[in-house]
Structures are given as C-alpha cells and as structure tokens.
Design a protein around this ligand. Structure first.
Ligand SMILES: [Zn+2]
Ligand SMILES: [Zn+2]
Length: 493
C-alpha cells in the first residue's frame, strides 16, 4: 500500500545509505567532473587519469568520497580503478549496454507500451534507412546483404521480431549517425523483449516470414542503389506491416527478472549490479507503487540470499537510478522512488559523448522526433488542457538573459514531447535536449539574425509554434518547428 513517505531527494537518498548527504552529493559532483574531463579529452581509451593519492589531492576530497565517486564513474563505464603498484584510474571504452539498460530501466517503470516503441521506431528507422542510402560504402554493402540474408526460415510462434531485428540494427549503424544507431538499438531490443505476436498457425508464420524477406530485400536494394527516398518509403511501409502483427496483443512492457543465482557468478557483472537488477525487476513485476515499503534491510538479505554489504551496495545503485531508497529507523526499509528520467538520460548522453555525436547528428534526429510529437499534439488541440500546458511552457521572454535562454527554451520542447503522450519519445527528446545544451555551452553568443537577440528569436518562434499547434494546423506547426530547430543549429558548434 502506498505509504505517506516523503519524496526522496538526492541528499535524503545519500543519507539513507549511510553516507552523509553532503558527501554523497560531493561524490556525484566529483564523478561528473572526472567524466567531463574524459569527454573534453575526446575519450582517450586506455589512458591514465591518475593514481588514487594524486586524484584525492587534485579534487581535495576524503578517500571515502573519492571512492564513492569512483564507483559511479565505474558504474557509468567511463573509467576503472586498478589497485596495485602500477594501478590508478584508467579510461575505458563503454559498450552500449550500460546506456541501453539505463533507458530500459526508465521505460519499464513508466508504463511504456509496444505501441509507443513502434511509433518511435516508425519515426527513426525510415530516417536511418535514408541516411544509410546516402552514406553506405562498397564494403558496407556486403555487411548489409549478409544481415538481410541471415534469417530465412520460420521463427517459432511469438518470436518473429527476434529473428528479424538484426537488419534494423545494421541499417541504423550504416546511417553513420551514432544517435540513430543507439536509439534504434534501444528500441529494437525493447521490441524484441516485449512484443508478443498473437498466436498464429505455422502457415501464417511462413507467410509472414516471406513477407518480411521481401520487404527487407526491397529495402536493401534501395539502400545499395543509393536511393534514399525509396529506402525511406520501404522502411515506413515495412514498419506499418510489423505494427499489424501486434494488433490486439498484450502491449504494456513488463520487466523480466534476470536468470537469478546461476548468473550471479558469471558474466563479469559485480554481484551488487546483479542484485540491484533483480530487485528492480521485482519492483516492476510486483506492481509496487511509489512510496511502498518493499522490505527491511534484513528482509532483503534473506530474500536475495546475499551479504548485508552486497545489499547496501545494490541499494546505492538503486538510489543512484532513483528506483528505490533506504529509510532508516523503526518504519524503515527499502522504499519505491519516483522514476527519474535524469539517470537514464545521463547514461545515454555519456555514451553518445563517447561515440562522438556531433551537433549535426543531434539536430537531424531531434527534428524527426520533435516534428513527430508536434504532429501528435496538433492532432489533439481541441483538448483544452493542451493549449493551457503549452502556454505555461512559453517561458522565454524577449528580454530573458542570454545565459538563461537555452535552459528556459527547453521547457516548450519538453512540454510538446510530454503532451505527445509517448514516454519513449519524451525520453529520447530529453536525451537530445540535454546533449544540445552541452553543444550550446561551447559556442555561445552567435546571433540568429542581425536584428534579433537569441531571446527575441526564440520567444517569437515559440509563440508561433504554440499558435499553430493550438489551432490544430499540423502542417504549419511542423513547418514552424522545423524552421525553429534549423535556426537553433546556428548556436551549436
Ligand atoms: Zn524488418
Ligand atoms: Zn525552442
């Protein structure tokens, strides 16, 4: 039952796991500073950041705070600490898995549906196909044809997508855009995990398999020929057909519990990470609500059959991702927290930093997703609260201080994403706006038009966009948002 537990703040969560709130915040700040340095240095994999004594001195913090910061940096797969004489903190190459799992955590907890996934894919993948047609090289043609040839035969009932996903991921990789690649990878994985086709006969599945083969071959032909328009169209039509397979099936995605004890030892995962993942999956599956007390620390030790220190480390990870927090005292225990976009967004943004996403990569994807949202929201302009919410988000006034414009301007973009009612789109757009802000910070001060300040330009554009959405004019709203985003790119380096 929901209790009256107060919302955990970052500092409360820190206090709950034993560290003082101030220390915990400080550790997070040190971790961000280390990560910022790695990104600024173009992510030099293998290079030494420093030894523990050096870094403790450089940041002027206690050993306990520094070690907590290192745990976060390791958890984010930015660097790893090696003990011993030639030891120290070294930059590592992250794999997409950390970013993907952070995205999955958030999306599972917010009641995402398979419809939401497919809607996002239908925006991103036609774009990826068009970009692949423009950028594919002779060597890549072979990789693409191999991916298309991989999956002949009929998959078992319910697993059609699992058998066909690899071509979609390959296509996104060949787009040459790391943002598209990561996003499609996340969405393809989620679809594979959760999409269930309704029960079909073998003949049905054979027919579907042939249809998919045909669609993929047409798509590959268009990409190889460098025909971006046809590739885009083929992908759209193909995804619309995929959407039909899932019609009328159970569509909310629900976390899967990891294969418990046997996996705890292997896989290179630390025990605490595995336990955190098990607790997380149990929270989602158990339909626990924000504020519910899951169990006491002792109860968790028994339930998960691990040491108290492993539970404490797992709880720190759950707190870091705002999944749950530990309350001390007589009514204490592990409490379900409000899902937090920021941890997932941060992990995605970090990984894209490593992959060298540029302002142009970001803009291309941002435009596609935001125009998709504008279209959805303009279609619902007759609902009175849509206009109200949009008008509340007009926070940029023509005389807003220049340093504040970007932060304020995000309000409208996030409001449109939120009103679109699709947690996947909202999550991806949030990732892009947070990355755009980093790019903006590097080259401020460029004026969009000689006669206007950035604040004037943004205030004017936002007002025009809201007016078009509120009047239900989808075409005009899309056009105004597109032009606005193009103009924004002037601020980005
Ligand atoms: Zn396909
Ligand atoms: Zn804007």
């Amino acid at each position: 039952m929901p209790s009256t537990a107060a919302q955990p703040t970052a500092s409360l969560a820190g206090a709950a796991s034993g560290a003082s709130p101030r220390k915990s915040k400080l550790a997070a700040r040190i971790a961000r500073a280390i990560e910022g340095d790695v990104i600024a240095a173009d992510w030099p994999v293998g290079s030494m950041i420093g030894s523990e004594p050096e870094l403790i001195e450089r940041y002027g913090v206690s050993r306990a705070v520094f070690r907590e910061a290192v745990r976060l940096v390791e958890h984010h797969q930015v660097a790893r600490m090696r003990r011993g004489r030639s030891g120290g903190l070294r930059v590592i190459a992250p794999d997409a898995a950390a970013a993907v799992s952070a995205a999955v955590v958030y999306l599972e907890h917010t009641g995402t549906t398979v419809d939401d996934l497919l809607r996002a894919r239908s925006l991103l993948e036609p774009l990826a196909a068009a970009q692949a047609a423009r950028h594919i090289s002779e060597e890549d043609i072979k990789a693409l044809r191999d991916a298309a040839a991989q999956k002949t035969g009929t998959p078992p009932d319910g697993q059609i997508l699992a058998a066909y996903g690899s071509l979609h991921v390959t296509m996104a990789r060949l787009s040459g855009n790391p943002v598209l690649q990561l996003f499609v990878e996340v969405l393809a994985q989620l679809t594979e995990r959760y999409a269930k086709v309704r029960r079909t006969t073998r003949a049905d599945r054979d027919a579907t398999a042939r249809e998919v083969d045909r669609a993929h071959l047409a798509l590959v032909d268009a990409v190889v020929a460098g025909d971006a328009a046809t590739a885009q169209h083929c992908m759209s039509a193909h995804l619309a057909a995929v959407d039909q397979w899932f019609a009328g099936t159970q569509r909310r995605i629900v976390a899967r519990r990891p294969a418990a004890a046997s996996e705890r030892a292997g896989g290179g995962h630390k025990l605490a990470e595995v336990i955190a993942e098990e607790i997380r999956a149990d929270i989602v599956r158990g339909r626990w609500q924000v504020g519910d007390v899951i169990d006491s620390e002792i109860g968790l030790v028994e339930r998960y059959d691990v040491s108290r220190s492993a539970i404490r480390e797992a709880v720190r990870l759950l707190e870091h991702h705002s999944i749950a927090w530990m309350r001390r005292g007589p009514n204490g225990g592990l409490i379900v927290a409000e899902p937090d976009l920021d941890a997932g967004v941060e992990a995605m943004a970090l990984y894209l930093g490593y992959r060298g996403a540029t302002a142009a990569h970001l803009l291309l994807v941002r435009k596609e997703l935001e125009l998709g949202c504008v279209d959805l929201v303009a279609g619902r302009s007759s609902e009175p609260w849509v206009r109200e919410r949009l008008e509340q988000a007009l926070t940029v006034s023509p005389d807003a201080p220049a340093a504040e414009v970007n932060r304020l301007a995000n309000e409208l973009h996030l409001a449109v994403a939120e009103l679109a009612g699709n947690p996947v789109l909202a999550f991806l757009i949030r990732t892009l706006t947070s990355l755009s802000a980093r790019h903006v910070a590097v080259a401020p001060g460029i004026q969009p038009l000689p006669a206007q300040t950035p604040a004037e330009a943004v205030a004017h554009a936002h007002l025009a966009i809201v007016a078009a959405i509120a009047s239900g004019d989808r075409g005009l709203a899309r056009r105004r948002m597109a032009r606005h985003l193009d103009a924004l790119s002037l601020w980005w380096h």
